[in-house]
Design a protein around this ligand. Structure first.
Ligand SMILES: [Zn+2]
Length: 111
């Protein structure tokens, strides 16, 4: 490897951490079609793209049993109130509970 490669690897070790690099190398080796002879294969193949270790905390559970269901993402649906405001042909506005994500409409839904 070239000196620049070593410098880059040491930067990645500090950024992403050795465990992440080892895990990546192991996965890459397992899925590689050809034998891997050079560590630069890992460097070019993915180590550069590893996220910083400190930036990858374990994700909190998205929907706890006591919490509200996740927002459905519908453009008419208000993420706070979980109601949809719709306008009919006569320009009459109606606010109704979102059928997809309002907590009161979630009964019987299996997550
Ligand atoms: Zn909704």
């Amino acid at each position: 490897m070239k000196p620049a490669d070593w410098i880059e690897i040491s930067n990645i070790v500090q950024r992403a951490g050795v465990p992440a690099m080892v895990a990546f190398a192991r996965d890459t080796k397992a899925s590689a079609r050809q034998p891997i002879r050079y560590a630069t294969f890992f460097l070019r193949g993915g180590w550069r793209g590893l996220p910083p270790a400190s930036d990858a905390p374990p994700a909190p559970p998205r929907d706890s049993p006591s919490g509200r269901p996740p927002h459905c993402g519908h453009p008419d649906c208000d993420p706070i109130t979980r109601t949809r405001e719709t306008e009919d042909d006569r320009g009459l506005r109606t606010v109704s509970r979102c059928p997809d994500c309002h907590p009161a409409t979630q009964k019987g839904h299996a997550a």
